[in-house]
Structure formats: C-alpha cells, structure tokens
Write a protein that binds this ligand. Sequence first.
Ligand code: PLP
Length: 410
Amino acid sequence: MKIGTTHLFVPGPTTVPEVVRRAMNVPMEDHRAPDLPDFVLDLLADLQRVFRLPEGRVLLFPGSGTGAWEAAISNCLSRGDRVLMSRYGHFSHLWVDMARRLGLDVVCHDVAWGEGVPVEAYERELRVDPSIRAVFVTHNETATGVTSDVRAVRRAMDAAGSDALLFVDGVSSIASLDFRQEDWGVDVAVAGSQKGFMLPAGLAMLGVSEKALEAAERTTTERCYFAFRDMLAANDVGYFPYTPPLPLLHGLRASVDRLLDEGMDDVVARHHRLAEGVRHGVKAWGLDLCAMSPRWYSDTVTAVRLPHGVDGAEVCRIAYHRYRTSFGGGLGQVAGRVFRIGHLGDVNEVSCLTALAAAEMALLDAGVDLVAGAGVAAAQAYYRQALADEEVGRGPTSSAAPRARLAAAR
Ligand SMILES: *Cc1c(COP(=O)(O)O)cnc(C)c1O
C-alpha cells in the first residue's frame, strides 16, 4: 500500500499548491457571462506585472509551452524570414526544429550542452547579416540546467544596429527567475502554466511587445486558432474567441496572487537561495553539474552529471519506485548521463532537502560512491546561514561584516 504523496521534483509539471488546486475546483460557468470581463481584464493586467511588461499584452491560449512557441512564430514572422537561433539542449533543439518546419530560414549556432546563448557569435552574425528578422533565446534550458543572459543578447542586437525582434523561451524561467520583458527589450516571451506558475499544463502564455504586435499585422504565415488578432479583439472586451479553460484561469488567478503577494523580487531571491543549497549538496556528493560554469547555473533546475558506469535513468527509476520521488532524466544528447532536480514553483528549503535526501539514497543504490547525508548536511548548513543572514536584513554573503552583525543580533 502506498501512503503519502509521490514527491515531484521534475522541472515541470511542478507541485500545485493547495490554494491553487482549490481555486480550480469551481462549478462550470458561462464563458459569456456578463461579469466575466471583470475577472479576465484584471487577470491579464496582473500577468503583465509577472512578465514585467507594462506596455504590450499578455495572451493566453489553451495549449502547452510548445503551442506558445508556435503561436509566437506563426503570428510574428512570415515563411522564408531569416532568423538567428542557437541550440544547447533538448528544448532549444526542438524550437529550432519547429522554426524550420514552419518555413523559417534558420541560421543556427550549435553550442556545447552545458553552455548557453553565444552572445558574441550572435553579435558578429547580426553585423554581417542585416536581413535577420528575429533572434531567439532559450532563457533557461531545462534539459541542462543552464540560464542564458537575455539582457546581453538585447545589448548585442543594439550594438550591431539590428532591428530584429527578440523571441525568448521563458517556459522554465518566467515566474521563477529574474525576467524583465520590457527592460530587456524582449518582443515575444513564451511561458506555460505547469512550471513557475504552479498549475497543471494547459495554458500557453505569451508576453508580446507593442513592436511585435505591429509586426504581427504584416506577417503572412497561416494561423487561425493561434491568431493574435482574434484573441486581442476578444480580450479587449474581457472575453476569449473560443471557450477558455475557466477552472485553469481561476487557478492562474490564485497563482498570480501568490506570486505578487510574495513579490517578484522575493520570488527570484527564493529560487536563487534554494538552488544554491541544492548546488552545495551536489558539490558535497563530489559530483559535477551539467552547466559548465557558474555563469550558466540555473536557479530552477539542476542537472547533475553522473560518474561513468552509472545510468541516470536507473537513478530515476530507483528514486521513483523505491522512494516515491520523481526526478527528471537526461534528454537527448545527455540521456542516461545526467539526472535533473527541479526546484521551481511551490518549493522551500525543506522540500529541497527532501529532494536531496531522496537523491542521495537513489544515487547510493545505483552505485555512486558518496557519503550518506553529506549533500543534505551541506544544504542544511547553507540554508541555516542564508536564512539567518536574511533575518538581519542582508542577503547571504561570505563577507565578514554581515556575519559580525549576525553575531551581534544574537
Ligand atoms: C517545458 C518546456 C517547454 C515545453 O513545454 P510543453 O509545455 O511541454 O509544451 C519548452 N521550453 C522549455 C525551456 C521548457 O522547459
């Protein structure tokens, strides 16, 4: 007999908080009800705060992140448009594949898995090829646990004098990592409901700048279900062009309330602190990350490289069957060679310690040579210090001054 829950540490779908789950448990209602616009217009306006997009619009389509990729391309670009992309993991590979299948002329830079967007190569490419209409970045490559510098890509575009649109896959970053659509000059940002938004899959979300909305008026790609124009016209008066998944939208209302109550800066700080603790744990095991240097470390997912002879799929199988804990396996090029710990959404220090404890047991059982408890202990030490530092009004730091203050406070 199975008692208790199966612990979910895959990087999406993530754990749905009780308050969000309850908010979705509503009787079916009329999606043309006269008072629906009050709900819809507030929700869309608050989503712009999550995307940090004061101008422009947030659009919601029934679908997953992949649907949002397609909506982004089919609305804002035309067949044959030349675009600059790069791939460094399973998800960035899939977006390149989709762009080609939708008829774009893709200039693709292949980067070693474990690194992120090649900003200098992008800038060189943009300087020699002014015909590039759009630049694509996978902000957080969920397959390798790598976060790229979106702001630097915008700077490179500006330096090269490019007026291309900037497309960002933020499926595993928006609502958890620092993301500032307007400040960073992102024209189309793509998200999905089942990661940082702590909901079931089912909503494809897009933040679209004024510039991209204008571009969408001139493009010629066929689109119908995903047409921005139809969605915007209906949204303008607080409705949708077809039946929306209202229970999911009520869940989204609750999740956005939670995010905004915590504050987007605090959401980002929490994800950073939790991820640091997980990384301390991995280091104590003596294992390496898939991310090749600290500049690429992701605060929403940690991909851990396994020693030769240890199969990542086996680690996940043991964790799942023996310890009722789900981790992400390796995808594509790194299948079998890594396993991934998702730490985004409704997570805190103790849930991350749970993940580390389960991973330690599964790793030991799979034949990895490590000291039982070492990872958990390292993360505990980190979290205790980080939270104590925070209580005295300072972020975690290794410099002496705040420590003295901490001692004084005690
Ligand atoms: C999960 C994910 C996707 C795909 O989203 P689906 O909702 O599964 O379609 C795309 N990009 C990234 C970076 C992801 O993490």
